[in-house]
Design a protein around this ligand. Structure first.
Ligand code: DGL
Length: 278
């Protein structure tokens, strides 16, 4: 039965937009949203206690996505951005009916953009096993990858490395190089970053690819989609003041906060712990 707590209380433009991911990866989307919508208030939830999602079952990720969305709604969120390809793959179809009336924006690997940009029709997609093995992703390929050679690659260890704060680190470069090798051998000229953690090391991925490969991430298109949805539903915040951001995590703030501070370039950033029961 639908509970009142699962419905947005009222359409209030001053209410925050909620974002969530398995960990710090969704900050790549939050950063783009902050640039596109500087007046919006935002809440970010990192499910660090259960990160990574990529090797987990769809059922597990769906349960976490429901619990987190319920939490964001209880904090007054007027819209939710699923800033995680794996959670979008596993949970979008159940989140929308579970929270009727809530504006939910998901994310998917930018295969359409890859198809448009590729000159030699060979593209690579990096993502988690959950995303690349999912139904949404295979539908995306059926609909938008006709005439293309698409090579997919889960990047073992990269999410963990980024979560540990090894963003500017030769060990992370080694993981990137090892995982790119099979795609580069296929002669791809376009690489789609199908996990929100990967844009946090986009420059390192681009330099490992070399100048002949265009690297695409989805932070900005998702931020534009959020702006369109807020405008269309009358929820855009028009106040002249800059918006605030609150950060929550199911993990240990002493571990998560320093990584988030580095990514957001904000030494004063604080993280509040919330375990969130399902
Ligand atoms: N950042 C996430 C994604 O976009 C999840 C990575 C993970 O937890 O495995 O898929």
């Amino acid at each position: 039965m639908q509970q009142d707590a699962d419905r947005p209380r009222q359409a209030d433009p001053a209410a925050p937009v909620g974002f969530f991911d398995s960990g710090v990866g969704g900050l790549s989307v939050l950063r783009a949203a902050r640039r596109a919508l500087p007046r919006e208030n935002m809440i970010y939830f990192a499910d660090s206690a259960y990160c990574p999602y990529g090797g987990r079952s769809g059922e597990f990720v769906r349960r976490r996505a429901l619990a987190i969305t319920r939490f964001l709604l209880a904090r007054g969120a007027k819209a939710v951005v699923v800033a995680c390809n794996s959670a979008s793959e596993a949970a979008l179809e159940c989140l929308r009916p579970a929270f009727p009336g809530l504006e939910i924006v998901g994310i998917e690997p930018a295969v359409k953009v890859g198809q448009r940009l590729s000159r030699n029709h060979r593209i690579g997609v990096l993502g988690t096993s959950l995303t690349l093995g999912g139904k949404r992703f295979s539908r995306l390929l059926e609909n938008f990858a006709a005439g293309m050679e698409v090579y997919t690659q889960p990047v073992a260890g990269l999410v963990e490395s980024i979560e540990a704060g090894r963003i500017d680190d030769p060990r992370t470069d080694a993981i990137i190089r090892r995982n790119l090798r099979p795609l580069l051998k296929k002669g791809i000229d376009t690489l789609v970053l199908g996990c929100t953690h990967y844009p946090l090391v986009k420059e390192r991925i681009a330099s490992a690819c070399g100048p002949g490969v265009e690297v695409i991430d989805t932070g900005e298109p998702v931020a534009r989609q959020l702006r369109r949805r807020l405008r269309a539903t009358g929820l855009l915040r028009l106040s002249p003041e800059a918006g605030w951001v609150e950060y929550f995590s199911s993990g240990e703030p002493g571990i998560v906060a320093p990584v988030m501070r580095a990514i957001m370039a904000d030494p004063s950033l604080q993280v509040i712990r919330r375990s969130l029961q399902e």
